[in-house]
Design a protein around this ligand. Structure first.
Ligand SMILES: Nc1nc2c(ncn2[C@@H]2O[C@H](COP(=O)(O)OP(=O)(O)OP(=O)(O)O)[C@@H](O)[C@H]2O)c(=O)[nH]1
Ligand SMILES: [Mg+2]
Length: 616
């Protein structure tokens, strides 16, 4: 019989919620009130969102750890991202936690990602505290939201103990928590006390030697690779001789050069770490997420962290357009390969496959937004590359093709019902439910192929004049629902290299929506606009007006061109079709045909047609 002991000096909690329900803001308030900052010190908002892209976009991309001390107990907090594409981060965060704070917006109620993260937490057997947040919102409806939360727990088969969750009402932004809606809270003390009471301390077997599960990896310029995870059993000291057990259960000897724990937002070097604490080890090169680090004498692997399979793939190719290498520092395939492999070490949700052509890689992940963030990060690091359209990953079972399906929730004004339903049915969506709320707004549920949603969000926002809300979760694989085009329009393609001219662009405007402005450099095969029709056209955007003797000075250059909205990376990735790519450099984004030569594209189309006829 093993002897289980609790480490009552510690608590480990993950903060989970749908996107934007206020996780990172609540962590800020917890910092301030646990006395981490001097009174009166000016501090930034959303401190844990420390990456550049996180601050710019106001969202959390990577899960991050920190700690506070409350009544002599150290609370390790893991802030997780709410966006569905970063679900892999949540799964890893839960591996370090003994309990979770489930935040739910008092107005929006539980949304698809609330369901996803709660399911993961319940499956991991974690104790949950429900925080109904943002009760200051004018449209807050905390009573109904609580009912919806109960329904969700029941729907997810929570056990009786999990169903008896503690409830805290909060205004995270003002640092207020209260037990009931009537009493007026002044601080977060109630939340801290509830965590100490409700969340079980980490437990361990004192007879077992040191064991740690690697749940995250980091990198420091001074210390090299960092392995982050929870100590499951035993204690560890700096300079201990340990081994890392990898997926093949091989033992790789290692020596820790530095042992650190979380103190507030930063790391603190310690000589020794206790069981249950979350630690950061350095001095280890060969380590992967899911590995066990343990003693040489008693190597016992822990259960590996498994994350859901990737659902989207995208090709990453070297930039082989005529302007390649002008703006980026890293253009070679070896550099891109190295960078992508580094990403897979840090991020278990990303997989990279090499292809037969040395210059091209297939990157797989959890969604097109995750892909866009990776491309944007590489771009900022100085990379140049071309990326293809995100494609869903099919599965095959008994020779049948299965495709990923999303359960989609749409909330919009009833006047948009027609257009939303029409667009989704073209994409092979099936309506599951329609509720008229009686306020003019309706809530519709659909089952839609994931591939139909790639790029649909932008259209949906335009169609609903920016007022619609849509959310989805991955519902599973189903039989392939049949083809539909990824885009219903063609492209306007430049037929030569040169510089765009105002006169030419002015004359092209009736053909569709242009992406370029006068003086932009163009090349043969570059996509310069969206055609009104469903076919591609090749055009000359560099064509000047023929000079005549009668020409009045300056007049021709004065044509007025419709302004062009700058292309964003996400828009570009959604826009391109299967035979197109986005050329990404630190300074520019260009859309292009995969085959640049108009002649070659023409020949290819002709031979495909022939093949088609041959089969018929
Ligand atoms: N009214 C109100 N707004 C809040 C409150 N807490 C946070 N917000 C706002 O909600 C938005 C999202 O806050 P975040 O803390 O970034 O949300 P998050 O859950 O960390 O978001 P992701 O990490 O991207 O999933 C911000 O605009 C906050 O200012 C609150 O208590 N009341
Ligand atoms: Mg956040």
């Amino acid at each position: 019989m093993t002897n289980i002991v609790e480490n009552r000096n510690l608590r480990n909690i993950a903060i989970i919620a749908h996107v934007d329900h206020g996780k990172t803001t609540l962590v800020d308030a917890m910092f301030k009130q646990s006395g981490l900052f001097r009174v009166g010190k000016e501090v930034d908002d959303r401190l844990m969102d420390s990456m550049d892209l996180e601050r710019e976009r106001g969202i959390t991309i990577a899960a991050k750890n920190c700690s506070v001390v409350w009544k002599n107990t150290k609370i390790n907090i893991i802030d997780t991202p709410g966006h569905a594409d970063f679900g892999g981060e949540v799964e890893r965060a839960l591996a370090m936690a003994d309990g979770a704070l489930l935040l739910v917006d008092a107005s929006e109620g539980p949304l698809p990602q609330t369901r996803f993260v709660l399911k993961k937490a319940l499956d991991a057997g974690l104790k949950i505290i429900v925080v109904i947040n943002k009760i200051d919102r004018k449209d807050a409806r905390p009573g109904e939201v609580l009912d919806e939360i109960y329904d969700l727990f029941i729907d997810l088969d929570a056990n009786d103990e999990q169903l008896e969750f503690a409830i805290v009402y909060a205004v995270g932004r003002e640092g207020i928590a209260q037990r009931t809606l009537e009493e007026k809270g002044e601080d977060l003390f109630l939340l801290f006390d509830t965590i100490l009471e409700q969340i079980p301390p980490p437990f361990y077997d004192p007879q077992e030697p040191f064991q740690m599960l690697v749940a995250d990896l980091g990198y420091s310029d001074y210390l090299g690779r960092l392995a982050i995870g929870k100590v499951i059993n035993g204690t560890v000291k700096c300079n201990d001789s340990l081994v890392c057990l990898n997926e093949q259960k091989e033992q790789i000897p290692l020596k820790i050069s530095k042992l650190q724990v979380y103190e507030g937002m930063t790391l603190k070097e310690v000589d020794r770490a206790e069981p249950g604490d979350i630690i950061v080890l350095s001095g280890i090169e060969e380590v992967k997420i899911g590995d066990t680090i343990c003693t040489k004498d008693s190597p016992k692997p822990l259960k590996r962290i498994r994350v859901d399979e990737p659902t989207v793939s995208m090709s990453f190719t070297i930039n082989n357009s005529p302007f390649a290498g002008k703006e980026g520092r890293f253009v070679q395939s070896s550099k891109i390969r190295e960078r992508l492999l580094k990403e897979t070490l840090r991020n278990v949700a990303i997989r990279v496959e090499e292809t037969e052509e040395r210059e091209s890689f297939i990157v797989k992940g959890r969604g097109e937004f995750q892909m866009a963030i990776l491309v944007e990060t590489m771009r900022r690091e100085g990379f140049e590359l071309c990326v293809g359209r995100p494609e869903v990953i099919y599965k095959f079972s008994n020779g049948e093709r299965l495709e990923p399906i999303e359960h989609l929730f749409v909330d919009c004004h009833e006047s948009f019902l027609g257009i939303v339903t029409e667009k989704l049915s073209v994409r092979r969506g099936k309506m599951l439910n329609l509720v008229n709320k009686g306020t003019g707004r309706i809530r519709i549920e659909f089952s839609v192929p994931s591939r139909g949603l790639i790029g649909y969000r932008d259209e949906f926002l335009t169609d609903t004049k920016g007022t619609g809300i849509m959310n989805s979760y991955f519902a599973g694989y189903e039989e392939y629902r049949g083809d539909f085009p990824t885009r219903f329009t063609g492209s306007i393609v430049s037929d030569r290299q040169g510089q765009a001219v105002a006169y030419a662009l002015f004359n092209l405007e009736p053909r569709g929506q242009l992406f370029i402005v006068p003086n932009d450099p163009v090349y043969e095969g570059m996509v310069v606009g969206e055609h009104n029709r469903d076919t591609d056209i090749n055009v000359n955007p560099c064509k000047e007006k023929k000079l005549t003797n009668m020409r009045a000075a300056g007049k021709d250059e004065n044509v007025i061109i419709t302004p062009v909205a700058p292309m964003t990376l996400e828009r570009a990735i959604h826009f391109i079709r299967e035979d197109e790519m986005v050329e990404v450099t630190p300074k520019s984004l260009r859309l292009r045909k995969s085959i640049l030569s108009a002649q070659q594209r023409h020949n290819q189309r002709a031979s495909k047609k022939k093949e088609g006829n041959g089969h018929a």
